[in-house]
Design a protein around this ligand. Structure first.
Ligand SMILES: [Zn+2]
Ligand SMILES: [Zn+2]
Ligand SMILES: [Zn+2]
Length: 161
């Protein structure tokens, strides 16, 4: 699957086809398509940022007020078991969700909370080193990597050169 515009936000126009593509995979995997499931997937595709379960619930209920919050939470669990979405811990707060086809790790600034996505390849040298030295399989997907962003690093308490 060639995406010619990496990093381009998925606009509302791209969403319909993308939702169908994801729901198609879900169907192939034996999953049922329900209104709540479709809305959860839509919510994740439409938002430029990863969302907490609470934020996803709010989005779903804005479109379908009769979908109960417990239904949304149950569907998040089920969609995750089916491999369609996954959750990520960015820091101390609640986990956020993204679509599983988004293959990236997350960098979080511990000063300002800025979050960015880094492609899996950005970690490949570290992954190889850990594998070679410890036989350790690095997982950069589940937890974010903490650090200090270039803005905070250059402005906060660093003496001018
Ligand atoms: Zn992500
Ligand atoms: Zn920062
Ligand atoms: Zn977790």
């Amino acid at each position: 699957m060639a995406d010619t515009s990496p990093g381009a936000a998925r606009g509302p126009l791209a969403t319909d086809a993308a939702v169908e593509e994801i729901l198609g995979r879900l169907r192939l995997g034996g999953g049922r398509i329900t209104t709540a499931r479709r809305l959860v997937v839509e919510s994740l595709l439409e938002s430029p940022h990863h969302q907490t379960a609470e934020e996803i619930s709010a989005q779903v209920q804005a479109k379908a007020p009769d979908v109960h919050i417990s239904t949304v939470y149950r569907n998040l669990d089920e969609l995750e078991k089916l491999g369609v979405i996954s959750h990520v811990h960015l820091g101390h707060g609640p986990a956020v969700y993204h679509l599983s086809d988004e293959d990236h790790g997350h960098l979080v600034c511990s000063e300002c909370g800025w979050v960015t996505e880094a492609p899996r390849q950005a970690f490949s040298a570290l992954a190889r080193a850990l594998k070679g030295r410890f036989g350790f399989e690095l997982d950069t997907q589940h937890f974010a990597v903490q650090g200090v962003c270039s803005h905070c690093g250059s402005s906060a308490g660093r003496p001018p050169a």
